[in-house]
Design a protein around this ligand. Structure first.
Ligand code: IMP
Ligand code: MG
Length: 172
């Protein structure tokens, strides 16, 4: 498989995002909400680069199934477990693609009336957007290629690869 982003490049980007969040929320606490399952490696590394009082929560949605194309509709599978009212919420996602997932999650989480709401996406494929959506913190903008590793899967596989790789047609 062809490596797109090495573990060293990923670690540098994650450290930079952690520093930005530490600066932006200086003196405050944050709730990191990871989108299962893809964002769990990003969240665990990012959390250790944030020098603030931080708590974790997780949310899960279904949109892709085992295919590479978004199903279009996003369904909530698991909600957060505690109220977010007046808290500084940072939604942590692996990749921003069509924008459908984050549009759905943003609306859902804003209904909790957090004090602040920010999105951290490790990867962004801007050319794939179907609905307008931007992340506040982005690790890398990448071209329209299907990638796996560092949490990202194809049919649930490859999440444990330490680097982010382009999935070739033969590997499916
Ligand atoms: P969106 O709703 O189209 O923005 O898709 C976001 C979700 O699609 C991510 O959370 C991923 O699970 C999945 N996804 C999008 N592109 C890729 C990719 O290149 N590799 C693996 N998963 C992807
Ligand atoms: Mg995902």
């Amino acid at each position: 498989m062809q490596t797109l982003l090495t573990r060293e490049q990923i670690a540098m980007a994650v450290a930079q995002i952690g520093q930005q969040i530490t600066r932006d929320f200086a003196g405050q606490s944050v709730v990191l909400i990871g989108v299962l399952k893809g964002a769990c490696l990003f969240l665990s590394d990012l959390a250790r680069q944030i020098q603030l009082d931080a708590t974790f929560d997780f949310i899960a949605v279904r949109s892709y199934g085992n295919k590479k194309e978004s199903a279009g509709a996003v369904q909530l599978i698991k909600d957060v477990t505690s109220p977010l009212r007046d808290l500084n919420v940072i939604l942590v996602e692996d990749i921003l693609d069509t924008g459908l997932t984050l549009t759905f999650l943003k609306e859902h989480l804003l209904s909790h009336q957090p004090r602040a709401f920010k999105i951290a996406a490790l990867l962004d494929k801007p050319s794939r957007r179907v609905v307008p959506m931007q992340a506040d913190y982005v690790g890398f903008q990448i071209p329209d290629r299907f990638v796996v590793g560092y949490g990202l899967d194809y049919a649930e596989r490859y999440r444990n690869l330490p680097d982010i790789c382009v999935l070739d047609a033969e590997q499916e």
